[in-house]
Ligand binder design. Structure first.
Ligand code: SF4
Length: 223
């Protein structure tokens, strides 16, 4: 019986025969050239349906297994980490790059986070989001690690998730002054998580030990 092919970023579809792939498009920010290439490859291989995903990618459906290698080679892009125990996605809102409400540069920070963490193997799946203001279009509160711009800097929330048992993230720290400080805190969270003895989602760990102890483990304060 066919299965997902994780190494090729190929997800078996409902027909149990064909696959979907979704190239990695950091922050969903792309160019006409990249889009044309995706469309050209889709036309060449008879891919009739494409879908914009919640992870800010473009999924291509109905792919034959024997075409996967050629399609990836022609796309010349990396697979988005849509499956497996890893950092699945870093959702990024337009922030101060384009949005009139933005108060922080979510695109700059988000792309740095994406470059470091996208597809990193972890004990369980992890989603991240970076919003440029408190309207929170990157759904910061339901990300395992969510970052939100405020007039005073960055707010970091941890342990959020959607899914069958949704959970709102806990406030880890507020008024983080700059990108470097945010990246250092995220690095510490990831280091803790990678070494955690159980393989559960970040929010379950926080439920178990409490946000105060988690904050203490990450920041050395709050307990
Ligand atoms: S979160 Fe704020 S900055 Fe980002 S797109 Fe929404 S309104 Fe604009």
């Amino acid at each position: 019986m066919k299965k997902d092919i994780v190494a090729k970023g190929a997800i078996l579809q409902r027909d149990r025969e064909t696959y979907a792939i979704a190239p990695h498009i950091p922050g969903g920010i792309t160019t006409t050239e990249e889009l044309r290439k995706i469309c050209d490859v889709a036309d060449k291989y008879g891919i009739k349906e494409l879908k914009l995903t919640s992870a800010q990618r473009i999924a291509l459906f109905g792919i034959r297994e024997e075409d996967l290698d050629d399609i990836w080679s022609e796309l010349d892009q990396q697979p988005g980490a849509a499956i497996g125990l890893c950092v699945r996605s870093v959702r990024i809102c337009p922030g101060t790059t384009w949005c009139k409400r933005g108060v922080q540069d979510s695109v700059s920070l988000g792309l740095k986070i994406d470059a470091i963490y996208h597809a990193m193997q972890l004990p369980n799946k992890m989603k991240m989001g970076v919003s440029g203001c408190m309207v929170s279009c990157a759904e910061t509160a339901v990300k395992d690690i969510g970052v939100m711009g405020t007039p005073k800097g960055w707010r970091i929330m941890v342990g959020g998730n959607a899914g069958a048992r949704p959970r709102l993230g806990d406030l880890l720290v507020d008024n983080v002054p700059g990108e470097e400080e945010v990246l250092a805190i995220i690095a510490r969270i990831i280091e803790l998580y990678r070494n955690w003895p159980q393989e559960q989602r970040l929010g379950r760990i926080i439920e178990e030990i409490g946000i105060e102890r988690f904050r203490h483990e990450v920041l050395g304060t709050g307990e």
